[in-house]
Design a protein around this ligand. Structure first.
Ligand code: GLC
Ligand code: CA
Length: 532
């Protein structure tokens, strides 16, 4: 495993909502090609592209029907290669999305598999007999309902941890593992640099558990095998989407000696503001816990593992709406960026995050597109416990669609995203477009640019040791140190002032500041990177 991941700064593109060039209302690969100079200008050096493979679109491309193709609505394989060349010629690497816990039910393997019990593809998926005329166990799918779907034709149930149009692959079958390794090699041979691995710790199931999920007994074996067969020979970078791990489990998956994954996401801080992590059940944000959790992971992934720094992606509402303050949109969005991206690890920035976007407003259920949101709404409605207004407030708080509306490029209709009718509503707010922020020296966009360039030039900010010095009364201070140089990261996580903490050196050099002044008072949502 090469160490290039330590230098990576990743920009996530959700292709459906990035830029549409043919007026069908759906973003496309040519749209990404047109924006490559913009992407480069941010200071990122890696792109993670959410799935662009052929898909019936039950879960916006996370239900793949052909692992080796490009969805016609996004373009052709030639467009894809042109995009990849365009990235490489600008020094940008490409991570594709590897969705191999499940396929679409319209994938040829599943079409075959469901035909008969003795079809050669039967064991590509997980089929079980009914137990007492019912589902084989109590497992519930992530998008609601049982994780088992009965198939009349053969009288068995198949497992789907997500929607019933996303049957789970049977990784215990060696043929499945070889097919996946061959497919991974196909993209790596084409020049792709690595993968973000969708719900990857689910590929080995633990059927002894009462609730659905992964981290099963063969997880490490499967990942190591894929690493040997495809990833290692190409020095590919992988980042695992792994919910619910402890730092110790993450270390097991990523420590170099084991040869499994390069890195894993940690999302523990993204569960805050939600009762028991339920995204549709709001509670006030515990700001101290937010910083403490991040520090726990910084401390837990020392030595031969490198953390991932993330607060937004296509599954999350916008960070500004969740953790920031809409009365201080610039200050709180930039403070959150300085707080998170001052830490040791690979920054992941989701499209639109660099503009400090907040959630769009959804006025009714039919403005939503996400299967998870629609299913949750229907389930909660059927419970009879909530009024229509309460239901809509819940969806507004937690829906994945909050982060999926089109990128606002300019102040023209539909934000310059499309000349047609966008596939999902577009919200364009004054001051929150690329066009406006390009011109404004003090925009979130230009703050991200200075933040990223400072990170690259300061040794201590790259691999330097992390130490949390203070986290109380909505103020936090941590340091990053390497080779005798120390950077202090000082953040005010509140809409009020406070005295500058005494541990902050007075005569430090300001590397980054979201206000003009650095004095004896820390201003509302002020964030500073100081070099001692
Ligand atoms: C991951 C993806 C999410 C998708 C799910 C099933 O969590 O990020 O968008 O719905 O996996 O593939
Ligand atoms: Ca299009």
């Amino acid at each position: 495993m090469e160490n290039w991941h330590k230098e990576a700064i990743v920009y996530q593109i959700y292709p459906k909502s990035y830029s549409d060039t043919n007026g069908d209302g759906i973003g496309d690969i040519r749209g990404i090609i047109n924006k490559l100079d913009y992407i480069k200008s941010l200071g990122v050096n890696t792109v993670w592209l959410s799935p662009c493979y052929p898909s019936p679109g039950d879960d916006n491309g996370y239900d793949i029907s052909d692992y080796r193709g490009i969805a016609p609505e996004y373009g052709t394989l030639d467009d894809f290669k042109e995009m990849l060349d365009g990235m490489h010629s600008r020094g940008i690497r490409l991570l594709m999305d590897l969705v191999v816990n499940h396929t679409s039910d319209e994938h040829e393997w599943f079409v075959q598999s469901r035909k008969s019990r003795d079809n050669p593809y039967r064991d590509y998926y997980i089929w079980r007999d009914p137990v007492d005329g019912r589902e084989p166990n109590e497992w519930v799918a992530a998008f609601g309902g049982s994780a088992w779907e009965y198939d009349e034709l053969t009288g068995q149930y198949y497992l789907h941890l997500f929607s019933k149009k996303q049957p789970d692959l049977n990784w215990d079958n060696p043929k499945v593992r070889q097919e996946i390794a061959d497919m991974v090699n196909y993209w790596l041979d084409m020049g792709v640099d690595g993968f973000r691995c969708d719900v990857i710790n689910n590929i080995s199931k633990d059927f002894t558990r009462p609730y659905a999920g992964g981290n099963g007994p063969r997880l490490h074996e499967f990942l190591h095998e894929l690493h040997e067969r495809a990833l290692a020979p190409h020095k590919a970078l992988t980042v695992g989407e792994t919910w619910g791990l402890t730092p110790a489990q993450a270390l097991e998956l990523t420590s170099e000696a084991r040869g499994e994954l390069t890195m894993t996401f940690q999302f523990e801080h993204l569960l805050l503001g939600r009762v028991n992590g339920d995204k549709f059940d709001p509670e006030p944000l515990d700001k101290k816990a937010f910083v403490d959790i991040l520090a726990k992971w910084e401390n837990g992934l020392k030595d031969d593992s490198y953390p991932v720094l993330v607060m937004e992606n296509h599954d999350q509402p916008r960070a500004l709406s969740r953790f920031g303050d809409l009365k201080y949109p610039y200050e709180s969005a930039t403070m959150l960026a300085a707080l998170l991206f001052g830490m040791r690890g690979v920054p992941f920035i989701y499209q639109g995050q660099e503009l400090g976007l907040h959630d769009p407003t959804f006025n009714s259920l039919d403005e939503y597109r996400d299967i998870e949101t629609i299913n949750a709404y229907n389930e909660l409605k059927a419970s009879g416990r909530f009024s229509e207004q309460e239901l809509l407030a819940k969806m507004q708080y937690g829906s994945r669609d909050c982060g999926r509306t089109p990128m606002p490029w300019d102040t023209s209709e539909n934000g310059g995203f499309t000349s047609g009718t966008p596939w999902i509503k577009t919200q364009v707010d004054t001051g929150f477009t690329v066009e406006e922020q390009e011109k404004d020296e003090n925009s979130v966009l230009n703050f991200y640019r200075s933040l990223l360039s400072t990170r690259k030039t300061e040794e201590a900010l790259r691999d330097g040791e992390f130490k949390l010095l203070l986290n109380e009364n909505d103020t936090s201070v941590y340091t990053r140190s390497a080779d005798g140089s120390t950077v202090y990261v000082v953040c005010r996580f509140a809409d009020s002032e406070c005295p500058m903490p005494e541990i902050v050196p007075e005569n430090a050099t300001v590397l980054l500041n979201n206000y003009d002044s650095f004095e004896k008072t820390l201003l509302p949502y002020q964030a500073l990177w100081l070099k001692a």
